[in-house]
Design a protein. Structure first.
Length: 260
């Protein structure tokens, strides 16, 4: 058993067996998660949508605990898209209030686990009180050297690429003739992080939903029917096991997993 899981898997033989199936030398460096299904999970229980969002906070904790124990370099969570402003005002206000509470209540543990927090997206488009909490959490964890937790807020993949192109052109003094892929990548919100290896979407929907369009160019996509509030370590292990079965060629005919 992996040393970092010895204390938590003693009483869970099923998860321990799952961990034994994972090749710890071939873990994804960057996992991204589209956290979907909170509203439908709540509706099935006769509860308002915000009830599902609150329940999903426990799944976020499970993800962070698992990826830090596996020493995965980066995890990016899709929390609020640019399109989510279309949702009922009460739901949006509840989400923002929950975000502020979560940052304040969980940041001590995030910091102690050597996780570095950052928000990606048009943060300037959020309310000042939310921006203040984000800035505080970013500064509190700036020196941490472990897993990088990126939370996508007021985020849209297309707008990110457009903004990256603008910045790249500006850095070339207005000339676009010499812009390269490296220039674009250097101006994305995720600059400095490895490209996404594994994209997980919960709730069974087969869509990317404008998430990390550049970064997932060669990501392996894993869709689970599990609603996000029920997504725990077991489901994370299942996604990684499935990821390690994939034959990753990146456009070549040679397999990365089984080189000729």
């Amino acid at each position: 058993m992996h040393l970092n899981f010895t204390d938590v898997l003693k009483a869970n033989s099923a998860e321990a067996k799952q961990l034994e199936r994972i090749d710890l030398e071939r873990l994804p460096r960057h996992i991204a998660v589209i956290m979907d299904g909170n509203g439908r999970w709540a509706k099935l229980r006769g509860k308002p949508r915000i009830f599902g969002h609150r329940a999903g906070a426990e799944s976020v904790k499970a993800i962070l605990d698992t990826v830090t124990r596996l020493e995965i370099e980066a995890v990016t969570l899709y929390a609020f898209s640019t399109e989510n402003w279309k949702r009922p005002k009460a739901e949006v206000m509840g989400l923002m209030a929950m975000l502020k509470r979560y940052i304040r209540s969980e940041m001590r543990e995030v910091k102690s686990n050597n996780i570095r927090f950052q928000a990606i997206g048009d943060v300037a488009g959020l309310s000042e009180d939310v921006q203040k909490e984000i800035a505080w959490a970013t500064e509190e964890t700036r020196a941490n050297t472990g897993t990088v937790l990126s939370v996508a807020l007021n985020y849209g993949g297309r707008s990110e690429i457009v903004e990256a192109c603008r910045r790249a052109v500006a850095s070339r003094n207005g000339s676009s003739n010499e812009i390269t892929e490296a220039d674009i990548a250097a101006n994305l919100y995720t600059a400095g992080l490895p490209e996404v290896d594994l994209l997980i979407r919960t709730s069974g929907e087969m869509r990317i939903s404008n998430f990390l369009l550049w970064q997932i160019a060669y990501a392996e996509i894993y869709v689970t029917p599990t609603f996000f509030p029920d997504f725990r370590r077991k489901e994370i292990f299942e996604a990684i096991i499935d990821f390690q079965k994939r034959d990753r060629r990146f456009g070549d005919v040679k397999s990365q997993n089984h080189p000729a």
